[in-house]
Design a protein around this ligand. Structure first.
Ligand SMILES: Cc1ncc(COP(=O)(O)O)c(C=O)c1O
Length: 427
């Protein structure tokens, strides 16, 4: 895009601050693409990286294992009720590709080869690789590749801000669930239902209503469809609980984690499966039931070490409780933010806030700008000392999870100033 001709070059980071080559300090409101937990340059995490780097930097998980990754697998199983084994990869998209392959092959392994379809929700997002784009089809992002993607069965997600005419929100939720149940009762070739856990992030910060995810899980159980959850962006405290699936009482068959797993310092992801799935892959060699999947950097010991230290720090600092308390600061600002006349809706849970900007509050028309709104907001944010990346007309606040109350107040004050400044520019 021509409008993005130059970029600030980030040379240092400290806590919530990013510092560029010119010495400008900006608050990282994006949490380094939603993955930062403890802020930048945390000494304990850096130490875990340097200590492990001196021992072994990389050793593959093909026929071998290593101590940090074994420990990490145990840590992951401990926080994941119902899960039995861990499959490591090095980014969220791959973790989701693995989840898709596991779900599809499971049915072949147990002798039900007709179960080949995948059900998803509209505007879900699971990454940028082809399988992930197929199951997480956000039209604005992926329309150019539509012909190359495999087809899925898609269902709507209830968005409280945009309830279709003729419905109240409760009816609308029931209608969404009815659509799933009706389809599943007629179609017996659905292998799995895949969705983000707790909320849609890239699809517009849509926080599911209470009970919605659990009800989908129950429908899946009733009709013999595997339930696959993506906790890559929403787990590990982002929405205020270690796993959203526990909060939502919706234990999946397969779950994926990524982003915050290493505190946001190195690249690692994981796909966990329950015993039923795992056992289906452990036949004799000549039965070919094993999963053909593996990446060069799968199970990297440095990434695993920093992830283990990250786990220690969650426990020692009681991070989930801290997030639940700090995130009340967001609530304190609801009123002030909603009074700005280009703010249509505010959606907030845990350490996530989405502010939907509209040009007409009654009609809920998304605001438009000559340049992309992302660019306009980014430039204005920089002037106010914040790094923003908006999702179209939705301003996302996804700060490092351990941000303090004082820092969050500062971020929100500056966010209000930025929205006001953008309002003046466009009106
Ligand atoms: C819910 C969700 N799943 C998967 C991914 C893909 O992760 P990655 O960017 O590490 O490939 C993302 C990335 O934003 C995500 O938000």
């Amino acid at each position: 895009m021509k409008e993005w001709d130059t970029f600030p070059s980030i040379t240092k980071g400290k806590g919530i601050w990013l510092i560029d080559s010119k010495g400008n300090k900006i608050i990282d409101a994006v949490g380094s693409m939603w993955c930062n937990v403890w802020g930048h340059s945390n000494p304990q995490l850096v130490k875990a990286i340097t200590n492990q780097s001196k021992r072994i930097q990389h050793s593959s998980l093909f026929n071998l294992t290593n101590e940090p990754v074994e420990k990490l697998a145990n840590n992951l199983i401990k926080i994941s009720p119902g899960m039995h084994k861990v499959f490591f990869s090095d980014n969220g998209s791959s973790a989701m590709e693995i989840a898709i392959k596991m779900a599809l092959q499971y049915w072949k392994n147990i002798g039900e080869p007709n179960k080949t379809q995948i059900a998803t929700v509209e505007n879900g997002y699971h990454g940028d690789t082809f399988g992930a784009m197929s199951v997480g089809y956000v039209p604005e992002f992926f329309e150019k590749f539509k012909k190359q993607l495999f087809t899925t069965v898609q269902f709507p997600v209830p968005n409280k801000y945009r309830v279709p005419k003729g419905f109240n929100f409760s009816d609308y939720q029931n209608d969404c669930l009815d659509k799933i149940e009706k389809r599943f009762s007629k179609q017996d070739n659905i292998a799995a239902f895949i969705m983000e856990s707790g909320a849609q992030m890239a699809g517009g910060v849509i926080i599911y209503p209470k009970g919605f995810q659990k009800k989908i899980r129950n429908i899946c159980k009733k009709y013999g469809v595997l339930f696959v959850l993506d906790e890559i962006a929403t787990g590990f405290g982002r929405l205020g609980s270690m796993t959203q699936y526990q909060e939502q009482k919706s234990i999946p068959d397969i779950v994926a984690y990524g982003k915050m797993l290493t505190g946001g310092y190195l690249t690692m992801a994981a796909t966990l499966a329950n015993k039923k799935i795992y056992d289906s892959f452990s036949g004799e060699f000549n039965e070919w039931k094993h999963l053909f999947h593996g990446h060069t950097y799968t199970g990297n010991p440095i990434a695993a070490s920093v992830a283990n230290e990250n786990f220690n720090m969650y426990q020692k600092n009681n991070l989930i409780k801290k997030i639940q308390s700090t995130s009340k600061v967001f609530t304190d600002y609801h009123q002030r933010i909603s009074e700005i006349d280009i703010v249509g809706d505010i959606r907030h849970k845990g350490m996530l806030m989405g502010i939907e900007l509209v040009s007409d509050k009654n009609k809920k028309t998304p605001i438009r700008t000559k340049k992309s709104i992302n660019k306009v907001f980014f430039e204005e944010g920089k002037k106010h000392g914040i790094y923003f990346r908006t999702l179209g007309n939705i301003v996302m606040l996804v700060p490092p999870l351990a941000i303090t109350e004082k820092e969050l107040n500062l971020l929100l004050d500056r966010t209000i100033k930025t929205i006001e400044a953008v309002r003046i520019q466009i009106i």
